[in-house]
Unconditional design. Structure first.
Length: 112
């Protein structure tokens, strides 16, 4: 079976990124409707926390909601004493909603 471009891009990006307990991976999944973010410890194979755009009650544009989601991720990560992560954009380009989420997380205090 031939791999599609999206799978190849995701594999290429993830081969260079590894989340540890000290510096877990902030993974982004973007659907047409919502955007999701997870903080993952790859050494243990466990998801530390996960948030979704559905948790945000405000009605804004998708990009504004993504930025708010980044702030929410940073806030929840700070509660779990996580302040450094590795950003994993998956197969998505670093612009638009993915970039807004990253900027929001940086504003919230996460370092990557």
């Amino acid at each position: 079976m031939r791999k599609t471009g999206k799978i190849l891009r995701r594999t290429r990006v993830r081969s260079k990124i590894k989340g540890t307990s000290q510096r877990p991976r902030l993974s982004v999944f973007r659907s047409n409707k919502f955007i999701y973010a997870q903080i993952i410890d790859d050494e243990k194979g466990k998801t530390i926390l996960g948030v979704s755009e559905r948790e945000i009650k405000e009605k804004n544009t998708k990009t504004e909601n993504s930025k708010n989601l980044g702030l929410l991720v940073a806030k929840k990560a700070a509660q779990k004493k996580i302040n450094e992560v590795v950003f994993d954009r998956g197969s998505y380009q670093y612009h638009g909603r993915v970039k807004a989420l990253a900027e929001g997380a940086r504003e919230g205090g996460l370092k990557f």
